[in-house]
Write a protein that binds this ligand. Structure first.
Ligand code: MF3
Ligand code: CO
Ligand code: CO
Length: 275
């Protein structure tokens, strides 16, 4: 089913985008911080030879040890605690028994439910010696996300934010994936609105204090086109070019926004700089 622009704007006017209060911000921060801690925990483990199933198991155990539920477990038939997307996999990579290899770039995406509230975040990891072009893509993607987040404040539009991401990524000769987007989040995993990572300044809904959503751009070295493999989950670039993604969950405040998924150990992105 497709949703027309008119239907979308009607829903917005009826207030489908939730405005959350301080209690929701507190709960979202707690869930977001725990998800970010899980990404911190695996950072020493993501190495040549480790399988993505082993990483997924560690994330499952971390959730159990900390009173959280992995939101992806049994979500629409998905049976893992994380999505792990390697190289040309754009998103929703399914953990399996294949070991990581020298030079892989890997996204790990974790969503935890804590006290009924969702915390959703992902980061890139570098395995062994990564090529300069792959390392550059990872840097461009992180910077694109942060430039988008810098635009989130009351009165700005979702298009302002999206344009900041798209214009930076494209100036770096990369492309922005259109088929997947960020989302409102809270007690629901995927709530209204869709958060696009491409667009024009002034377009789209206006940010209001109390909105909570994710920003999770997927950026490709080649063309933006993706396809989903026959497992029904794994999304890959059609041209098999490398793809990277970072995801933060934010809440709009009176003056800007609060990032709920900052790394408690300051491991926001891999330790190198190629820009
Ligand atoms: N965590 C992903 C997101 O950022 C969603 C994964 S849904 C799954 O929205 F079913 F694929 F796990
Ligand atoms: Co998300
Ligand atoms: Co996610």
């Amino acid at each position: 089913m497709t949703t027309t622009e008119a239907q979308l704007s009607e829903r917005r006017q009826r207030g489908i985008i939730k405005i959350h209060g301080p209690e929701a911000f507190k709960a979202s921060h707690k869930a977001g911080r725990l998800a970010a801690s899980a990404l911190d925990m695996i950072s020493d483990v993501v190495k040549i030879g480790v399988t993505t199933a082993e990483l997924d198991q560690l994330i499952f155990k971390f959730a159990m040890d900390h009173g959280a539920l992995p939101a992806t477990l049994m979500y629409r038939g998905y049976t893992h605690s994380s999505c792990i997307s390697i190289n040309h996999v754009v998103c929703h990579g399914v953990p399996d028994d294949k070991p990581l290899r020298d030079g892989d770039i890997v996204n790990v995406d974790v969503t935890f439910i804590v006290d009924g509230w969702h915390g959703d975040t992902s980061r890139m990891y570098l395995v062994g010696d990564v090529s300069r072009k792959a390392a550059r893509l990872v840097d461009v993607t992180y910077e694109a996300m942060m430039r988008g987040i810098a635009e989130v404040k009351p009165g700005s539009t979702m298009g302002d934010m999206a344009h900041a991401i798209q214009s930076f990524a494209e100036a770096e000769r990369c492309s922005v994936v259109r088929d997947f987007c960020g989302h409102g989040i809270g007690r629901l995993f995927h709530d209204e609105p869709n958060i696009l990572h491409f667009g024009k300044p002034g377009e789209g809904p206006v940010f209001q204090a109390g909105m909570i959503f994710t920003i999770e751009p997927m950026i490709n070295l080649g063309k933006a086109n993706v396809k989903v493999l026959s497992d029904g989950w794994t999304a890959v670039t059609r041209d098999r070019s490398l793809s990277a993604q970072f995801e933060h969950m934010v809440g709009v405040t009176e003056t800007g926004c609060e990032i709920f998924t900052l790394s408690p150990q300051q491991l926001h992105k891999p330790p190198y700089s190629s820009l």
